[in-house]
Design a protein around this ligand. Structure first.
Ligand SMILES: *Cc1c(COP(=O)(O)O)cnc(C)c1O
Length: 219
């Protein structure tokens, strides 16, 4: 039987073969996965962080011996429930969310690391800023004392062909490079999931969010 630990180790082997530009961090996208299984992976593989995409699910699983990122769409009125629990919020894409994170972080005397979410395919039904709006938003982030911009999270169309996907990855990479020139805190380009992480890493991603590739198919 293939376990999540075997799968995670195979993924690291594969990543080490394709990541020629430096190290790649893997986040275990752990929606619908029990805390026991998440613990098993974080305690027995090089994966150090779990990523949850729903506030309620994060709260119900939260264990302060593990590290957690928030990777899903975030409503402003829920920020207060997760602010003391997360390492990085990956999905910051609008001013009122930024302001709320800054305010809630200030209350607990924390500087919250965030990524700007960019909607590379400019799909109207998806969250994320359009590429042309990212630099101006980064400037807004830099004006707030209790948030720190550490990079970019790219969302890409699910049904595109490889060439279309490549265009999206390249768009994200170019913005990432531009951000790095302006802000010394920029560290992460988060793009790539189970079905496209190899291509994402070849395109410059240094953080990938993997669910099915680690945990298998699940409801
Ligand atoms: C579920 C999820 C992933 C992982 O998706 P897989 O296809 O299972 O690898 C990555 N990012 C976000 C925001 C997710 O919700």
């Amino acid at each position: 039987m293939t376990t999540q630990i075997d799968r995670a180790n195979e993924i690291f082997q594969k990543i080490s073969e394709i990541a020629t530009h430096g190290s790649v961090e893997v986040i275990a996208a752990s929606k619908n996965v029990t805390l026991d299984i998440i613990k098993d992976v974080l305690n027995n593989t090089p994966i150090q962080v779990a990523g949850e995409n729903r506030v309620q699910e994060l709260i119900s699983k939260y264990d302060d011996s593990l590290r957690w990122d928030f990777i899903g769409q975030l409503q402003t009125n829920k920020v207060k429930y997760i602010i003391d629990k997360v390492r990085i919020i990956h999905s910051v894409d609008r001013l009122n969310l930024l302001e709320t994170i800054d305010k809630e972080a200030t209350k607990i005397d924390k500087v919250q690391d965030i990524l700007i979410q960019v909607n590379t395919g400019e799909e109207t039904q998806k969250g994320g800023l359009y590429p042309k709006d990212v630099m101006a938003f980064a400037e807004d982030v830099s004006k707030r004392s209790n948030v720190r911009l550490v990079g970019l999270m790219a969302v890409t169309p699910l049904w595109g062909d490889e060439a279309e996907l490549q265009k999206c990855f390249d768009t994200a990479y170019n913005i990432f490079e531009q951000l790095k020139k302006s802000y010394s805190s920029i560290k992460y380009l988060s793009m790539g999931m189970s079905n496209d992480y190899a291509q994402a890493i070849k395109s410059g991603a240094n953080l990938v969010r993997l669910g099915r590739a680690i945990f298998g198919e699940r409801v």
